[in-house]
Design a protein. Structure first.
Length: 163
């Protein structure tokens, strides 16, 4: 009888743990904080700190549509960007969601991406929409699986007012 009682208790505990769910808003906040650590690495020029958050099989889609595959290729791109004296990123969070299983989160942001124009040598800023998919294995750290960046088209010129 004691064995059956233990089996029932163990089964109940197992079922209870399966029913527990993460708070999606808290998960999004945690991932945003992880994103902030990456931005600090960008500001300090720490390529290793930037790259450590990309999964080995991560995909980054640049605003021109070109695709970088893997953490090493993405790190190389950041190293090139960091060599640009005008390189800067400003990220404004716009939304996000996370699974109750605490294993997937998606963040959306508006990004100002500044680099040096190769022709004029002057800084140029590109406005972008960004969507980043993060995953986490049980007991692991949040990792970027994909980052998709789309250039925001410039606003049309205003027409002159009619007299």
């Amino acid at each position: 009888m004691a064995r059956n009682g233990l089996a029932v208790v163990a089964g109940a505990l197992l079922l209870a743990s399966c029913g527990s769910a993460a708070d999606p808003a808290a998960v999004v906040e945690t991932v945003r904080l992880t994103e902030q650590s990456q931005l600090q690495s960008i500001e300090s020029g720490d390529v290793v700190g930037i790259a450590r958050l990309y999964a080995d099989d991560a995909v980054l889609v640049k605003p021109d549509g070109s695709i970088l595959r893997g953490g090493a290729e993405i790190a190389d791109e950041y190293a090139t960007l960091l060599a640009d004296p005008n390189f800067a990123l400003t990220i404004e969070p716009t939304g996000g969601w996370a699974s109750e299983a605490d294993d997937v989160a998606v963040l959306t942001s508006e990004v100002d991406f500044t680099t040096t124009d190769p022709e004029s040598g002057e800084p140029v800023t590109l406005d972008m929409h960004s969507q980043t998919v993060w995953t986490k294995a049980s007991g692991g750290s949040w990792m970027i699986r994909s980052a998709y960046n789309v250039a925001v088209p410039p606003a049309p010129a205003a027409e002159p007012a009619a007299e």
